[in-house]
Design a protein. Sequence first.
Length: 635
Amino acid sequence: MATITETTFIPLSPPSLLSEKTSQTTTTTTEVMATTPPETKTKPAVSPAIKFGGEQYKYSSPLISERAIDQPRPLKVIYIGAGVSGILAAIKFRKAVPDIDLVIYEKNPELGGTWYENRYPGCACDVPSHSYQLSFESWTEWTHYYSGAPEILEYWKRVAQKYDVRKHIRFQSRCVGARWNESTAKWFVQMYNEKTGEVFEDSADVFMTGTGMLNEWKWPSIPGLHSFKGQLLHSANWDETFDSKDKHIAVIGAGSSGIQIVPALVDKVKAMDHYVRGRTWISDQYGQRSELSARTKDKGGNFEYTEEEKQAWRENPSAYLKYRKELEFAMQSGYAKSQRGSDIQTAAQAQYKAGMQRRLKGKPELFDLLVPDFPPLCKRLTPGPGYLEALTSPKVEVIPTSIERVDETGIVTSDGKHRPVEAIVCATGFETSPGGGFPILGRNGVNLRHRYAQRPETYLGLCTDGFPNFFQSLGPNAFQGAGNLLIMMEQTHIYVGEILRRMAYDNIGLVEPKRRQVENFTNFADKYFERTVYSVECASWYKSSPPGASLEERKRGRVTALWPGSSVHAVKALSRVRWEDFETKPYDGNEFGWFGNGWTVGEKEQNMKDEAVTWYLDYTEFLDDVKLEDGEKKV
């Protein structure tokens, strides 16, 4: 075992060898398996030579770069995750820096992230299909108002194919650790090949993660769970060979996945015990207007689009845009419900109560059992298509009593009652990990997970001080409790793309948010959430608390998952990079390196074309008063 110092790289073990003890070391030193650190090389006084015309273009002065003023410096980015975030990275980063060296490492054998991994029955997006798509890649062929995971995965595969995303992806490569090297101003990243077992390392100027905060699924902490002799399943690691037909099963959990699994299996099983520990609001459908409500109220909250509708949208893009805007308006305007004590929040409670009572009319006694004592949006709100209707089935028993233990044949609750079952489905979610599922060591060996443990702090939810050239998609304070998350993700990658563009073209080697601005954003978020329902006492993954906190303390935790504002506000805030909020350093020590070598790229060819050196006439007012051949003015 060796101890990491500031000048050595962190050589990490494959997942099977990386012990919890190793990942829970102090923030300044970490014990790791000994390997020889990479050789530290002295950086040249000028940028690496790039062949550029004849000898007259080359210089030895440290003030003169070997690049033209409009020629980007070599820039490599390592990105973890080929889900929605990774796909956006390939599209937006390449647009910002066409010659970028982008490598996306993905642990799975296919892209798609959550839409590839989650295959449980009923898995779907609880945001309307025509809102859960890129702003610039409309798809008129969605089959349902809420589409299932397979259809959503196919959408992202089509997008990836259109933008040639796969050429950047290295599949079956799991990140097991990353460390910033101050002397080389690079990130060294250790990878584990899931197919061969090989451990290898890569390095880059910029390191970004797109795994989000909900990427590590976990079994619930129930005594005896793994002693169960029947089939034990988890929603995030579904066994597709499982056949629920005519079985007596238990479903533990009433979060997003449990709410989808129950209606998907209720017609197949012989009986279902549904263990509901916490209460949750089931809303009316997102984005619905009166005609949509009429189509869904008797069908469990979902419906199929007709071929006539899809054809009309194909043939009339304006009509389709109008429909998309209608859905978006209803979703975005719903954010006002998050304001504590507001009239719209009070009205929402009354509306959701009425909707739940209507949908539970088959078993009205369930209403008092399920309706929360906290306001809507305190925890994630879901429309739950078909869920409440499924609970009224005679096959389903809703059990609010806490689980004491599991034995070989079934579940024992705290009242001593034993209920035998043939299969247990754990819809119990993920380990919330704002610091990532692997060690990320910044300046002075500080572990990001430890840095975030007490109080996650970021600048705009995507970077933090002490971790230069590092960014997160869907990091702390970057999710949305209401509104459109995808548009925020798009803008996040446009924003980081602008940083990459300036690094490449303006000879910047290091970008890091200023400490005071990290504090300002974090303090603003704390104050902002005091006026919202998100800070009301309730158990929610939106909140975080110090390690070891009790359930009651976690209910009162800080809101660290959500953006402090609407998603439209986020798009505005991320519409430009406020460079005054960052510390920057030149790539090669040359603060004037952006100036290049006195030439432009267009001049490097000896037989250059006229547009290479006369392009400015297309962008200036030189020809405003010059008549063109057709008599029209040049505009």
